[in-house]
Design a protein around this ligand. Structure first.
Ligand code: B12
Length: 208
């Protein structure tokens, strides 16, 4: 594990800040920095599973990452004109309040010129449906970090179909426990293993 991932896993806030500044000054891409922080967060999750860390440490890890994102977001957002690349609806599914990964996706999408309708967290299926209907977006993204919310993703896809909107919209899913299998289970079109893969998929949809 790299030094930054290790500092994140150790919840060493000061060291994380120093290393991020150092890497940015050295010209390391902000996406590479996010990927390393992500690796540290996976370890935090493992420590939580094995009861080495408790919920307070999970919360603290999120606070550290949110602080870092304040520095990285302006760089990730870039200077593309807003709203020219297309529209994307995104939210974290019902029952789930994890939003750090989703927010990174939103930042990158906006940086790539997309207009993003961010529905926030704990979003019920009907709000996804309504947003797709009213925005005419061609892509809807769902973030899910808890494996017991897989059925929620399936419900969203089913409700979109019931509303007669399935043909106009591609569905992407993302979040640490998602996979190709979850994509198939949910009836989604694409599983994004990271934020960049998700943004590239959106670009493909709008280029088609
Ligand atoms: C931080 C954290 C929290 C924070 C969240 C704060 C916040 N505002 O988001 C808090 C403390 C609130 C929290 C709470 C809980 N958590 Co939690 N949490 C984590 C942790 C450590 C990191 C998540 C994170 O932010 N990662 C960093 C981001 C950048 O990564 P990411 O979300 O995966 O996103 C990247 C990609 O996946 C992708 N992506 C994400 N979403 C999307 C969507 C689209 C459309 C696209 C294209 C891409 C994309 O883009 C990102 C960048 O590449 C994970 C561990 C892990 N392995 O992820 C556990 C984890 C997700 N939590 C877990 C659990 C169990 C819980 C709780 C149930 C604990 C409890 N007992 O209360 C609660 C549930 C609360 C709820 N109802 O949602 C488990 C889930 C197990 C499972 N598989 O079901 C994990 C895996 C930890 C573990 N190993 O046990 N948690």
């Amino acid at each position: 594990m790299g030094e930054l991932a290790q500092a994140m896993a150790d919840l060493n806030e000061k060291r994380v800040g120093e290393l991020v500044d150092q890497q940015m000054r050295a010209g390391v891409s902000p996406l590479a920095i996010v990927a390393e922080l992500n690796e540290g967060m996976v370890t935090v999750g493992e420590y939580f599973s094995s009861q080495r860390y408790f919920i307070s440490q999970l919360i603290y890890s999120a606070e550290i990452l949110k602080q870092v994102m304040k520095t990285l977001a302006p760089v990730l957002e870039g200077a593309e004109p807003r709203g020219t690349a297309g529209k994307v609806v995104i939210g974290t599914v019902k029952g789930d309040i994890h939003d750090i990964g989703k927010n990174i996706v939103v930042t990158l999408l906006r940086g790539s010129g997309f207009e993003v309708l961010d529905l926030g967290v704990d979003v019920p299926p009907e709000r996804f449906v309504e947003a797709v209907r009213s925005s005419n977006a061609k892509v809807v993204g769902m973030s899910a970090l808890l494996n017991f919310t897989y059925p929620e993703m399936k419900s969203v896809v089913q409700e979109i179909a019931k509303a007669g909107l399935r043909e106009q919209v591609k569905v992407i899913i993302g979040g640490a426990p998602c996979s190709e299998e979850v994509k198939t289970f949910a009836g989604a079109d694409f599983y994004a293993r990271d934020a960049v893969a998700g943004v590239n998929f959106c670009k493909q949809v709008y280029a088609a």
